[in-house]
Design a protein around this ligand. Structure first.
Ligand code: NAP
Ligand code: ZN
Length: 350
């Protein structure tokens, strides 16, 4: 019998969250049932719930930054046991057989990865995310949360951590490299910590200087306001890698001008608008404008292990289920330091 669990549900387009219940499937052989402790609020949840990326699938239960404890395991599960500390990120299934899956890049599965919420699983059932008290996931899509990381600080790493870690590795952040992080929000602040832990020289580019002190605490050595014209003159041609995490439109041409020859902007922000830049902005100095989408499961585990080793966790504000609607507005207004995390034990079906 499928199990009923408490969840924060948006029943239909444009309607507020309700504290309600959903059903989780019976465990398949390779499934794990997880008691969720905390679920992070990613800006992608907000883009989705507000249908800024196009129509969403309702009822919607967002949440792809999940941390909790294994409550039950299916008969063929080998890597986890009851009581283990685990996390689930943006994906819950993929074919496991295509070249991308075999390469550990399940997000690019040729059959189509099944996302943690608002997606249709291979069983034709809609997926419901982490704003809930439990979830059933294949062990293939479950990561181990090292003891050093507390659940609430670890939850956001399952999206914000891997989304910044994977491109920083891919584009060579490390000693001797100058890395800029644009936008110090949920993704950005974790990106700053990870890039600094990798040994890069990190600069934060923010809308104002309000986060300067925090940026330095997280390992940045420089912090600039992009509201000042002089910032773009002073930093022209400086960076090897720029990680853009901004959730809104950006004058991309101006930022391309901050790259050294052959330098790369890696874009992870997903505003609904388009970027505009002149071809010369990339042709000149052979610059690169790249994108990056989350990261595979093995890389997600590597990221968690890296964060545990280097003492990197997300800075969080823990909230109750009642506070989620307000939290969404605050994230959009930039009024969060730096990730809201829902204490899922506070979800009370009415
Ligand atoms: P967030 O916490 O809201 O952070 C975004 C940051 O961007 C803000 O803190 C702010 O930094 C800056 N910003 C916001 N509005 C701005 C504006 N109007 N103009 C200039 N800067 C602005 O969001 P997040 O959760 O980190 O997510 C960031 C983006 O990444 C979202 O679009 C999300 O959908 C996307 N995302 C992509 C992936 C992927 O796989 N590529 C994964 C997860 C999320 P300052 O105050 O420092 O300026
Ligand atoms: Zn996310």
């Amino acid at each position: 019998m499928p199990k009923t669990t408490a969840a924060l549900v948006i029943p239909a387009s444009g309607v507020p969250f309700e504290q309600s219940t959903i059903e989780r499937r019976d465990l398949r052989d390779d499934d794990i049932s997880i008691d969720i402790r905390y679920a992070g609020i990613c800006h992608s949840d907000i883009h989705t719930a507000r249908e800024e990326w196009g129509p969403a699938r309702f009822p919607l239960v967002p949440g792809h930054e999940i941390a909790g404890v294994v409550a039950e395991v299916g008969p063929s599960v080998t890597r986890f046991k009851v009581g283990d500390r685990v996390g689930v990120g943006c994906m819950v299934d993929s074919c496991g057989e295509c070249a991308m899956c075999k390469d550990g890049e399940e997000q690019f599965c040729e059959r189509g990865a099944v996302m943690t919420y608002g997606s249709i699983g291979y069983d034709d059932e809609v997926t419901y995310g982490g704003y809930s008290q439990s979830v059933v996931v294949s062990e293939r899509f479950t990561c181990r949360i090292p003891e050093e990381l507390e659940f609430e600080h670890a939850a956001p790493l399952l999206c914000a951590g891997i989304t910044t870690y994977a491109p920083l590795v891919r584009w060579g952040a490390g000693p001797g490299k100058k890395v800029a992080v644009v936008g110090m929000g949920g993704l950005g602040h974790v990106g700053v910590k990870i890039a600094a832990a990798m040994g890069a020289e990190v600069t934060v580019l923010s809308r104002s200087l309000a986060k300067s002190e925090d940026a330095r605490t997280y390992g940045a050595t420089h912090h600039y306001s992009t509201a000042e014209e002089s910032t773009f003159e002073e930093l022209a041609g400086r960076f090897d890698v720029i990680l853009n995490t901004v959730s809104a439109d950006l004058p991309m041409g101006d930022y391309l001008g901050l790259l050294r020859p052959f330098g790369a902007i890696v874009n992870v922000g997903l505003p609904p608008s388009s970027y505009e830049f002149a071809p010369g902005a990339v042709v000149g100095r052979s610059r690169v404008l790249a994108g990056s989408m989350i990261g595979g499961i093995a890389d997600t585990q590597a990221m968690l292990d890296f964060c545990a080793k280097h003492g990197v966790g997300a800075e969080v504000e823990v909230i109750t289920a009642d506070e989620v609607m307000t939290a969404y507005d605050k994230v959009v207004a930039g009024d969060v330091r730096y990730r809201y995390v829902i204490d899922t034990s506070t979800i009370q079906p009415k």
